[in-house]
Design a protein around this ligand. Sequence first.
Ligand code: UDP
Length: 543
Amino acid sequence: GRRAPEAQPVDDPKALQSLAEGGTRMVCTGRTHTDRICRFKGLCYSSDAEEFLFFHGNASVMLPNLGPRRFQPALLDLSSVEDHSAQYFNFLELPAAALRSLPRPVFLPDVALIANRFNPDNLMHVFHDDLLPLFYTLRQFPGLARGARLVFMEGWPEGAHYDALYQLLSPKPPLLRAQLKALGRLLCFPRAVVGLSKTTTWYQYGFVQPQGPKANILVSGHEIRQFARFVADKLNASHAAGRPLGEEYILVFSRTQNRLILNEAELLLALAREFQMKTVTVSLEDHVFADVVRLVSNASMLVSMHGAQLVTALFLPRGATLVELFPYAVNPDHYTPYKTLAALPGMDLGYVAWRNTAPENTVTHPTRPWDEGGIAHLDPAEQARILQSREVPQHLCCRNPEWLFRIYQDTRVDIPSLIQTIRRVVKGRPLPRKQKQKQTVSLYPGKVREARCRAAVQGASEARLTVSWQIPWNLKFLKVREVRYEVWLQEQGENSYVPYMLALRNHTFTENIKPSTTYLVWVRCIFNKLLLGPFADVLVCRT
Ligand code: UDP
């Protein structure tokens, strides 16, 4: 196709006049620096000062106007990683009149999305911290998805995944911080969005507490799969485009430099024999990324050592199984980025973790550099302790030597134990690629309608309460396997309530119902045991 236009800043007298008179305008969403994204008109960047500039003019707006709290600790996070002090964004303030003594600004006409990539050389970070947040931030603000100029301010060079991945998100080539200088000493963005949405991230890397799933995950498999489909389409690697092998297969994702599977050939044979399926290998070294996506998105099962390459599980078809292998002394429960991904509602993936429990099947590398797991630089007592330890204790990111030592071991996989572990989850054949998985979208019930109660008193001590309601409005459009109603009965003034699970749309309560008493009654609908709807307005019933 046609080459997209490189960034061309222009001398724009009208834009300059508007900036010099009106100044910079900023309005943000979010209540704290960790969930804030800001939209600017007339944001500038001085490549001399290496600072963003906010010019105060007669139309300037700065919302939120935080005063000194703008520095406590910052206006916002520039990357999707929460509250990381190396990723803060702020600007310098100047009176618009200062423009007269600054270099003449040049204007970048495209709307810009300004953010930091977190670690562009690690595939997990590329997808989880950058691509997914960029993709959905571009869709959060009008006008961005179609042609934003991404501006990466973290200061890293392009990295290994620039052309294959970062370039896919916008038709315009991104800009790196290092390129800004060449565009002008004072570069201004007529329109810019600064910051990244964190709504799609599911994992925290352990900067303040040991790593694990985020406390409040806000993304489901549906949004992940929409993104995956976008990427696959751009790479021309969508399901329809790629039937690479014509039959079902198990994919083994190998690492070729470290954390090796030492008996990979044996593993491939054993998997083929056990599941009566072809087995195929893929690696980031031997395949271009489009081929990786093509292979993963048609696989019935994906088997790999723990590692960033496993983020490609987001391309697996529904119904497939992810099998993650852990080296000796590494507890799978403590490192769950890929398990959490596979378990997102609507991902519809199976997940199996296997760990090497046999010290004779591990190969350690104590003399390698520290960042490849070497421990020779530690004092001998500490080395001895690490060598004897049977499990890495939980730890913070990112330089724990015992963790690095263990995670960079190579492993001879004990085949019978692995097969047994997989068989606990995958009973028959791994789900075939072509099996049209019924896309069960989980839709929640609405409120029950026309809820009413009627009391009947019999004598001085007996009473009954009849409660009735109509189905939620959306039920008539849905095929639901099981519809139930939950009713909570609470005597007014009491702290506790009695719950009932009912199949019909009315019920007469007789037990524990007293005359001349006020009851509060809540009713909600539940689909298929799990999909809990909202409670209807409380009924106040007097017997
Ligand atoms: N990597 C690779 N082959 C290897 C080792 C690593 O392609 O043999 C890739 C890996 O997928 C990741 C990057 O190199 O994208 C950094 O790997 P590292 O071991 O530092 O991180 P991890 O995989 O543990 O997250």
